[in-house]
Design a protein. Sequence first.
Length: 350
Amino acid sequence: MKKIALTLLLATNLIIYAQDNTPPNIILMIGDGMGLTQISAGMYANNNNTVLEEFSYVGLSKTYAANQLITDSAASGTAMATGVKTYNGVLGIDPKNIQHKSILEICHELGYATGLLATSSIVHATPASFYAKVLSRDMYEEIALQLSQHQVDLFVGGGKKFFEDREDGRNLKKEMSGYEFVNSINDFKKSTAKKIGFLTYDKEPPSLIGGREPALDELTSLSLEKMSALGKPFFMMVEGSQIDWGGHDNDASYVISEFKEFDAAIRKVLEFAKADGNTLVIVTADHETGGMAISGGTIEKGRIKAKFTTGGHSAAMVPVFSYGPNSNVFSGIYENTAIFNKMQATVTRK
């Protein structure tokens, strides 16, 4: 018989830690550009509610890059994925030109299944941080090539062009033996393949307001089913990419709509984690975008007025929410590199 699980009552959540050494799943959710103001605005516009209120622990992450106070998504993504600070624009390589394994790659070596979902292209900076080693985040064809040479079990995002319509004439989809590439949400639902690629748009997907489909919460729910069906622990990164793009546009409606969709995806993940009992969920951001401030509005009508101080990123710390096994270590204030260290410690039991 398996040993009886030790149960700990933490805050209002019952978290179960398996004592039979079953490795935990890890689901890292990144709201690109999602600072505390973006969360607050989305919450107030959503009947004063966000699923983030159900998380056990909250911490704060320092986002600066290796040589600049204000980071970009490549440097901050690399910090969280690999545990090292690097220069803006660089993926997976530190300032001494040394390549570093990501938490996704480490989990794969430990026998985990792996997955990546994004509402940007799959070769965009944040998802690429988990598999690519390049000196420029703009090297999209090289990034796609490196993804094709990995063993990521499931990936969803735009960027089909960089796999099919390449300057070198290669069709990476045809070279990726063992993968089933699906072209619609219905095909994605039906697929029972062990390795699935779903390239949703030719380049970058449009905004949710602009008609982006499928919805991230539906993609996340289906992906959880498919990852679980593989019969082994898994690591999955889910990015709400376009919260950032709304910040760059200084468009509060864009920010709020993207946050609401991301919040719905977080809810699917948290429901899964509560039912599973051995899944660590981390929700954070790579940086804040827009220097956003709430300047007015009403909770009753869900209306938010906002002002922005920049069309770029800011250096504000970003929150880190956690739930599940080892979630307590994500409380406090720490460098963004510590997110990698804490995830690594969870899967290696160090």
